[in-house]
Design a protein around this ligand. Structure first.
Ligand code: NAP
Length: 305
């Protein structure tokens, strides 16, 4: 019997992983916030995944953090700002050398978790899969993609990647996961905040080429300064390609703000500006965008961190 996949957070990505693992016959247990959320979940038939327009429901078992069983493998599928406190609730259940797979976007939350869990194996992930919730306990698989997983301290791929293969979760073990996370952070910093400031789809940034180019130049310099030269290579070219290829899409940050949801700004633009400050690297345009974005968030009554 393979190790149970405990999944912390039954939101978009948590459900996407839980349903695919469960339908492949893997043991899966969802960990929900509290007894109210558990009661709400248990009042229904399970988790529903809508794929290619077809909805399928899976009766995945669920529990609260108070359940006593030890956890050997935990997929952390919360937002970056919730990850540390959500894992802390499970401290007493984490087996020595438990594996924590961290799906959070951006940077900062992974190191914060790793510092609090020195005995755990923290595996960082970067995913281009896309999913959104269109109802309680129901998720639409919106964008097929790939998930890269890696552990800066252990270059060898763990044997449980076979579970992902069986479950049809496209993935690759990456020996340079930090490069991938930094590159994704830089792409995000060059595009997402501007889509909020200009209230436009990604393609709308084609009307602001100088601003995009200036941000890319600062981000490239920052990546080099942070020892991430591979992540800085041809950044501006890729940003332009992404803007073109996703011209009709609204960025995730745009969608968060439009739906009055908290953004992950502290783990994206905030993290970049803090890293620049640590290296005493002037990034006036990134800082100006951060200040304008914070202003917008505050004006809408959203947290600015
Ligand atoms: P989401 O839909 O908001 O789901 C987060 C889930 O975490 C929610 O179900 C929330 O519970 C749960 N949660 C928060 N605190 C918890 C706690 N203490 N105990 C138990 N559950 C808790 O977020 P998401 O879109 O899946 O994103 C997760 C991460 O993946 C983010 O960092 C995001 O940037 C990244 N990501 C997402 C996508 C995507 O397409 N969605 C793609 C790539 C990367 P409630 O339901 O009770 O609020």
């Amino acid at each position: 019997m393979s190790t149970t996949w405990h999944i912390l957070g039954a939101g978009s990505l948590g459900t996407l992983w839980a349903t695919r693992l469960a339908r492949a016959g893997m043991p899966v247990r969802l960990i929900l916030r509290n007894t109210e959320r558990l009661a709400s979940y248990q009042a229904g038939p399970g988790l529903t995944l809508v794929e290619h327009g077809v909805a399928q429901t899976y009766p995945v078992s669920a529990e609260t953090p108070d359940t006593p069983e030890p956890i050997h493998r935990l997929l952390v599928a919360c937002k970056a700002y919730d990850a540390q406190s959500a894992i802390a609730q499970l401290q007493h259940r984490l087996a020595p050398h438990a594996e924590l797979i961290l799906l959070q976007n951006g940077l900062g939350s992974q190191d914060a978790v790793a510092a609090r869990q020195p005995h755990a194996h923290c595996i960082f992930a970067s995913s281009t899969e896309g999913a959104f919730r269109d109802g309680e306990w129901r998720v639409v698989f919106a964008g097929h993609g790939y998930t890269w997983l890696g552990d800066a301290a252990r270059p060898t791929a763990p044997p449980w990647l076979d579970d992902l293969l069986v479950a049809g979760i496209p993935h690759e073990w990456s020996i340079d996961i930090l490069t991938r996370l930094w590159r994704k952070l830089a792409l995000n910093c060059a595009i997402n905040p501007l889509t909020v400031l200009y209230q436009c789809r990604n393609g709308g940034l084609q009307a602001h080429p100088c601003e995009v180019a200036t941000l890319c130049a600062e981000l490239s310099e920052l990546l080099d300064c942070c020892g991430q030269p591979a992540a800085s290579q041809d950044l501006h070219d890729e940003v332009q390609r992404v803007i073109q290829a996703t011209a009709a899409n609204f960025s995730s940050m745009y969608q968060d703000v439009a739906n009055l949801r908290r953004t992950e700004i502290s783990y994206l633009l905030g993290y970049a500006c803090q890293a620049a400050a640590r290296h005493q690297l002037p990034v006036p345009h990134l800082r100006a965008v951060q200040a304008r974005l914070v202003e917008q968030l505050v004006a809408r009554g959203l947290p600015s961190d």
